[in-house]
Write a protein that binds this ligand. Structure first.
Ligand SMILES: [Zn+2]
Length: 219
């Protein structure tokens, strides 16, 4: 396999992978009188009590108007709150709220029953075109929000290669995963991971490269 720094035959693409639907905590709804999924409303509430502040992210029952206030912090002294956080809360900052709504680990402090959604959107951008024939593909993964999708599942769906094929390519040293954990193929994708795939002996190398750039839709 050629080294990743041999750029003349390498097509380098950046994939930004973002989950589409925030996780839904299942909680007892006092109106429905049963356990229901709650969805992030996109609104926060900030309450001052002297020099201490409470902040919540507001969730709504999927079936009625019932709300649940997810604590962000409680009885916190103003000087102990990061100015960016306070600013985001005061302005209902949508980017900040989105980050918190996808913080599934934070949600686990409030409930054990959390519904997670696998679907995600992959945005592709070509970073470097090969100067000559393309025999190597490098994919840089940007994962701005936590996402549970396994690397093999992502690559299989987006490149049209079966998961078995990916395992065989890795065993043959023709698929390498850099800047990831051990056994990265079977683990969730990580921000900054790089996938290097040797296409030299791949019969359908043009298709794989076109799927990587989005010219061809995933199989
Ligand atoms: Zn309800």
């Amino acid at each position: 396999m050629e080294e990743p720094d041999d750029m003349s035959h390498t097509l380098t693409v950046l994939w930004t992978i973002e989950p589409q639907t925030p996780p839904r905590p299942w909680l007892a709804c006092s109106r429905c009188r049963r356990t229901r999924p709650f969805e992030c409303s996109g609104k926060t509430r900030l309450n001052a009590n002297g020099r201490r502040l409470d902040a919540w992210l507001i969730y709504r029952c999927a079936d009625c108007d019932g709300t649940w206030n997810r604590p962000i912090f409680e009885r916190r002294s103003v000087r102990d709150i990061a100015p960016e956080t306070l600013d985001a809360l005061q302005n209902n900052d949508s980017g900040w709220i989105r980050q918190v709504s996808f913080d599934v680990e934070g949600l686990r402090r409030n409930t054990d029953t959390i519904e997670e959604f696998a679907e995600c959107r992959v945005t592709r951008r070509v970073l470097a075109q090969p100067l000559e024939g393309c025999t190597q593909l490098e994919i840089v993964l940007a994962v701005p929000l936590p996402i549970g999708m396994r690397t093999d599942r992502l690559l299989s769906a987006e490149l049209g290669l079966s998961r078995n094929r990916l395992v065989r390519l890795e065993e043959a040293g023709r698929l390498k995963l850099l800047s990831g954990p051990r056994k990265a193929l079977q683990r969730p994708i990580r921000d900054g991971m790089r996938v290097i795939l040797d296409l030299a002996n791949e019969g359908n190398q043009g298709d794989v490269a076109d799927r990587a750039t989005g010219r061809l839709h995933p199989a």
